[in-house]
Design a protein around this ligand. Structure first.
Ligand code: SF4
Ligand code: SF4
Length: 261
């Protein structure tokens, strides 16, 4: 039993440590996209090698009261998921951005050199994910069935040739052109983390150096770069900071630090 819990423990320690490291790099202005890509590759590899830290799956198994599928005791799983929620409340969606294998493979897929579709329908996306959340709860509590199994998350990372794995393969294909469709339309844990991200203490903000050229807004794949946006769907992908022509106009800082926001 203890041996079965090792992969979950490794995944959780990896996620907790890297959240702190990534947030510190962003805050100190030393974040580089190359570092982000390396972390994404390691995170995706952990998904395939030890199926961790796949927290949407952990959240689902917790709701299903399935300690075996969770790979940890229910109490340990609840504590781990709660700590990640609290860290998101502090640092924003660093976990989703770089440390969840499901998010990482979608982020990597979006780097494919194919035309992109950017939807500004944030409310519609949020409503679809909320509807999936209700379906997820009904399936779990009324039918003891797993929604994420239908989406093939586990089968995909275990390289099993199942219908579910094909479904997730199709999601990944869509991810090459539409940014993180699973995260933004389906993920039940992502819905909870989006609420934490919306209220996060640290986040990307425009400073007084901003010249209002709006290049960040045009490049953001989730339409979260406007001054008024809540950052609930900001995955700290860095596309806005890369596109910004003015040094220091976009900074990761404490929410209250910028009176203009
Ligand atoms: S939204 Fe869900 S699937 Fe996407 S990165 Fe976050 S926890 Fe993972
Ligand atoms: S482009 Fe900027 S605001 Fe948009 S998701 Fe990426 S980091 Fe967040």
């Amino acid at each position: 039993m203890v041996v079965e819990q090792v992969p979950s423990a490794i995944g959780l320690v990896y996620a907790l440590a890297l959240i702190v490291v990534i947030a510190c790099l962003w805050y100190s202005g030393r974040w580089r996209q190359k570092v982000g890509l390396l972390i994404l590759v390691v995170t995706a590899a952990l998904g395939f090698l030890i199926f961790s830290p796949v927290m949407p799956w952990g959240f689902q198994q917790l709701v299903l009261h399935d300690a075996e599928g969770l790979g940890a005791s229910l109490v340990a799983g609840a504590v781990g998921l709660s700590v990640l929620f609290l860290l998101t409340l502090v640092a924003g969606r660093v976990f989703c951005g770089y440390l969840c294998p499901v998010g990482a493979v979608q982020e990597l897929a979006y780097h494919a050199p194919v035309p992109k579709v950017v939807s500004r329908q944030k409310t519609a996306f949020a409503l679809v994910r909320a509807a999936f959340f209700v379906v997820f709860l009904v399936m779990a509590f009324a039918l003891s069935t797993s929604l994420l199994a239908w989406f093939g998350i586990r089968d995909f990372f275990y390289l099993l040739p199942t219908v579910g794995a094909l479904v997730f393969g199709a999601v990944l294909l869509v991810s090459t052109t539409l940014y993180r469709p699973f995260c933004r339309l389906v993920c039940p844990y992502g819905l909870l983390l989006s609420l934490a991200g919306w209220k996060s203490v640290f986040r990307l903000q425009r400073t007084g150096a901003c010249i209002e050229c709006r290049k960040c807004e045009r490049t953001c794949p989730t339409d979260e770069a406007k001054r008024s946006d809540g950052r609930s769907e900001c995955y700290l992908c860095g596309r806005c900071t890369d596109a910004c022509p003015v040094a220091g106009a976009l900074q990761y800082r404490r929410r209250a630090d910028d009176p203009q926001r």
